[in-house]
Design a protein around this ligand. Sequence first.
Ligand SMILES: Nc1nc2c(c(=O)[nH]1)N[C@H]1C(S)=C(S)[C@@H](COP(=O)(O)O)O[C@H]1N2
Ligand SMILES: [Mo]
Length: 209
Amino acid sequence: MGLSGTDARQPRGEGTADDSGRLPPGQRVQPGWPVLHYGPVPRFKPERWDFQVYGATADGAKRVWDYEAFQTLPTGEVEADLHCVTKFSLLDNVWSGVRAETLVEVAPPADDATHAMVWAEYGYSANLRLDDLLRETTIFATHRNGEPLTPEHGFPLRLMVPHLYAWKGPKWVRAVEYLIVDRRGFWEERGYHNVGDPWREQRYSYQED
Ligand SMILES: Nc1nc2c(c(=O)[nH]1)N[C@H]1C(S)=C(S)[C@@H](COP(=O)(O)O)O[C@H]1N2
Ligand SMILES: [Mo]
């Protein structure tokens, strides 16, 4: 499938020559690339690194890739903006890596799985609806704009879920746990919205109905 260059941006409003239809409500364009996360930057140890898919898998088994095996997965590319809930947006990123759909095809969920918890180093987590994980623009990224990620930006692997606020994309991601019952992740437990759609400005948990 010709999926490179998949574009996660909203369609622009008719006749707009500027970027006004491009930014979700309350966001502003950020020049450069800020570093934002909770806690320390983990040190990458290739011999200790693995990537796991577990929980409510189709066959009940856990899948584990070591660093070398993960490199053999088919790669793809997604062009997408990043929207942080703290109101900055980083435009025109090309993320490359392993598209979530590819990973889910290799390690599918059980029929009754509805959500996924995505786990990173030091216990950081973010929950997603399965549909959000399966969006064609959701990608486990190794590179941005052709450059390998730096340690502070998530090397060796970070999730990008461009249609949701960026906290839904863990840097230093290590696992996907399929869930049959939704559970809140790290920021979702700390007052942030369970879904986090920037176009609906779903920032905080008190906005949930
Ligand atoms: N592991 C981990 N991933 C994380 C975070 C974090 O605290 N820990 N913060 C998220 C938030 S809120 C944002 S805005 C982006 C920031 O990515 P950047 O530092 O590459 O700009 O990382 C996301 N991924
Ligand atoms: Mo953020």
